[in-house]
Design a protein around this ligand. Structure first.
Ligand code: ADP
Length: 464
């Protein structure tokens, strides 16, 4: 079985969020199971070209009325998986993956539509049996692939992003103008809808989220479309990339540690306080890393920050995103000096330091398809406090559920419920033995990709 794993972002070449992590971790795990998998992504200017080999073949793609050329470069992921970069300077030779400071690129429909058409053409030439598509950027790929008789599966990493565009792009993308129903929703082109309807199999990134997206509350308007394909939908939990996220080998940290010997964690804790300009006190420090958007539960933290500080917590936040949240956080750092430390940035090094150096990790997401940071934080001995939703519900164990808990969950989605869970976390933190047990139980959890990769392999076989 020969497969393509197609994604618009792959760590460490180009990443804006969890999709990039998954697109490096899962293909490595599939390849370790013996599968013949090749990763395919666009060639952006951020991708370093050293070590890439330009292939002699060129792709001439013409889904609609205009012809475009793609060059192909071959490289290898850090996990040793073969990766192809498709180059088209008109569409991908610009700064930014999906947009720039002025917003989303106006021609994303053409950029990713043509990319999909190019991948389908290449898959046919290379006699690929199955194309694994990811998110709306690959939304039209199942359609182009099916026209060439190639089976595909689409993984939904976030139902909130559909890839919606003006209908005028349909002609240039070669979509059937007399029958656009399966490409259209609310009068606009909808890439994800078509992916859901056309792919032979659909997965999303946790079992919890697979149930949730069938409901109007979480289906973001496509729950009806999804219910029509419920038989083809599976929830398969993401793994964590344990080569990158392992406190015992993590070169980005000032010191390394394990469940057996936590001394290095104390050094990371001290370095975290320094990096965020906070005083070295024994009071618990909460870490947060993520996109500053509504999804991530920013409203709960902003409305509860006064109580969080008066409960005896300090807070270190690393994030970037919506301007109003960035400004609000900068304001909090000024209002609560010595208690709230803020870095508005995207920094892998700091993300690792926050995971390692914090005492607990807060993730109050309104919805969360899978979430990676709560897994990383458990591996790094930093019990997470999470809203019990989607993948957060599936991956964190609360004291009310088991005698071997790894963190704290709250529901409903409210500031009071979040503060209640933080209060329970603080109380346990004050009991060193009980806390250490929670810390080390989380560190011993297996969040590797192996089990999930086996589930994908089984699903690939079912589809074929
Ligand atoms: P999402 O994909 O919704 O953004 P996830 O928790 O699934 O959320 O994955 C987010 C990934 O992006 C994690 O690897 C996280 O560490 C990383 N990340 C998010 N924001 C930042 C940031 N400001 N700096 C560094 N890494 C970040």
């Amino acid at each position: 079985m020969k497969s393509f794993f197609v994604s618009s972002e792959v760590e460490p070449f180009a990443k804006t969020g969890g999709l990039g992590d998954v697109s490096s971790g899962l293909p490595s795990a599939l390849s370790a199971l013996g599968l013949d998998v090749t990763v395919v992504m666009p060639l952006y200017p951020v991708v370093k070209r050293e070590g890439l080999e330009k292939l002699p073949e060129e792709l001439e793609v013409q889904p609609g009325n205009r012809r475009r050329a793609f060059s192909i470069y071959r490289g290898e992921t850090p996990g040793g998986v073969s990766i192809l970069f498709l180059e088209n300077p008109e569409f991908f030779g610009r700064h930014g993956l999906y947009g720039d400071e002025r917003g989303d690129f106006h021609d994303n429909a053409l950029r990713f539509g043509h990319f999909c058409a190019a991948v389908a053409q290449l898959a046919e030439a290379w006699k690929v049996d199955l194309i694994h598509c990811n998110d709306w950027q690959c939304g039209l790929l199942p359609y182009y692939a099916s026209k060439r008789g190639i089976k595909s599966l689409i993984t939904i990493h976030n139902m909130a992003f559909h890839g919606q565009f003006p209908m005028e792009f349909a002609a240039e993308l070669g979509l059937p103008l007399d029958n656009l129903g399966e490409f259209e929703e609310w009068g606009r082109l909808n890439f994800l809808k078509n992916g859901i309807l056309r792919a032979a199999g659909i997965t999303t990134v946790s079992e919890g989220y697979a149930e949730e997206i069938l409901t109007p509350e979480f289906g973001c308007g496509l729950d009806g479309v999804l219910r029509s394909r419920a038989g083809a939908l599976r929830g398969i939990l993401n793994g964590a990339d344990t080569a990158t996220w392992n406190p015992l080998t993590d070169e980005r940290l000032p010191a390394r540690f394990s469940a057996r010997d936590l001394t290095g964690k104390a050094r990371c804790r001290a370095a975290l306080h320094d990096a965020f300009g906070l005083p070295q006190t024994p009071d618990p420090i909460i870490g947060m890393v993520g996109r500053l958007t509504e999804q991530k539960g920013m409203d709960l933290v902003l409305s509860g920050i006064d109580q969080i500080c008066s409960m005896g917590f300090k807070l270190a936040l690393l994030g970037a995103g919506q301007a109003e949240y960035e400004n609000a956080w900068r304001g909090l750092a000024t209002m609560y000096p010595g208690l709230v430390g803020v870095k508005i940035a995207f920094s892998e090094n700091l993300a690792h330091l926050v995971e390692a150096g914090s005492d607990m990790f807060l993730m109050p997401s309104r919805f969360e398809p899978c979430g990676l940071n709560q897994m990383y934080s458990q591996s790094y001995g930093t019990p997470p406090v999470v809203h019990a939703v989607g993948g957060l519900r599936d991956t964190v164990t609360d004291p009310s559920e088991s005698s071997d808990p790894t963190g704290f969950k709250f529901t409903p989605y409210s500031t009071e419920a979040m503060l209640g869970a933080l209060g329970r976390a603080r109380d346990l933190f004050r009991q060193p033995e009980g806390w250490k047990k929670m810390v080390t139980t989380g560190m011993r959890r297996d969040f590797s990709w192996t089990l999930s990769a086996k589930k994908y392999e089984a699903f690939y076989k079912t589809i074929l």
